[in-house]
Design a protein around this ligand. Structure first.
Ligand code: SAH
Length: 258
């Protein structure tokens, strides 16, 4: 392990286990003609394996204290960008990739969902996201309708593609050790609903889940959708909570009130 002053505020929990790093690359199906985006290089353990297995890897790292260590690795297929991933536009990030690319990351926990949404909503080139996240977030990502884990994140992931948990990872695999266990989630992006405006649909989903304990009717009224259109949904639907509806039904409701 490198001599480094670990920064909690950046979600620094590094992996050094070679088998685990390889397994994450396997979960992502990295081939030697793949271009890969990594977020959070850390000490570069994942970056080094990607450097061997992929065609190209572009890795972002916010912590400038890691710069000399990372550049010192002299990885021939890796490009490091030092800065906050959230400060870069998708357009700028994607300039480094010739076409489709895969994201692989052991994500900093404190901004997991903003990062996921940044790429889901903004990218046309991302093929898959294979990400290490807090186990509890992984469960929300793959949740089906009806349960407590089902919400905006689950619906939007289903809207954009298909997700599965590929492995559960004990907190003991990280240094420093976090307070929670993790899981690797693999999300395959499919452009299933090209005719739906993704920003408007995202807003709609946020609206119908805004007050989880309230009825669909309540949430739609609160968000200011057309009262006549809402009424046409029928009493049965309106008195339910959004959490019982699967993606297809939510799309139907969206199309009816938009
Ligand atoms: N990939 C490494 C490190 C994972 S820890 C490994 O698996 O061992 C998460 C890393 O993300 C840390 O190095 C942290 O400094 C970096 N990071 C945190 N916030 C970031 C941000 N907004 N933009 C880019 N990197 C970030």
């Amino acid at each position: 392990m490198i001599n480094h002053d670990f920064k909690k505020k950046f979600g620094q929990n590094f992996i050094s286990d070679k088998n685990l790093i390889s397994a994450i690359c396997d979960d992502a199906g990295v081939e030697n003609d793949d271009e890969v985006l990594e977020i959070g290089a850390g000490a570069g353990s994942l970056t080094s394996v990607l450097n061997e297995r992929a065609k190209k890897v572009v890795s972002y790292e916010i912590d400038k204290d890691l710069q000399s260590h990372l550049l010192g690795l002299e990885l021939d297929k890796a490009k490091f960008v030092f800065g906050d991933i959230m400060d870069f536009s998708i357009e700028n990030i994607e300039k480094d990739f010739s076409d489709n690319y895969k994201m692989i990351a052991n994500l900093p926990y404190y901004i997991t969902t903003p990062i996921i949404f940044k790429f889901l909503n903004g990218s046309n080139k991302i093929k898959s996201l294979t990400i290490m996240v807090q186990k509890e977030v992984a469960e929300r990502i793959v949740a089906s309708s009806g349960g407590k884990d089902y919400g905006v994140l689950s619906v939007m992931i289903k809207f954009f593609g298909q997700a599965k948990i590929t492995r559960i990872v004990s907190r003991k695999m990280f240094f420093p050790q976090p307070n929670v266990d993790s899981a690797v989630v693999s999300i395959q992006i499919e452009n299933k609903y090209p005719q739906i405006d993704k920003e408007k649909f995202y807003k709609f989903i946020q609206n119908v889940f805004a007050m989880r304990r309230k009825t669909l009717n309540n949430n739609l009224q609160q968000a200011g959708y057309d009262k006549e259109k809402i009424k046409l949904l029928g009493e049965e639907t309106l008195k339910a909570r959004a959490e019982i509806f699967g993606l297809e039904k939510l799309i139907e409701i969206y199309n009816a009130v938009k």
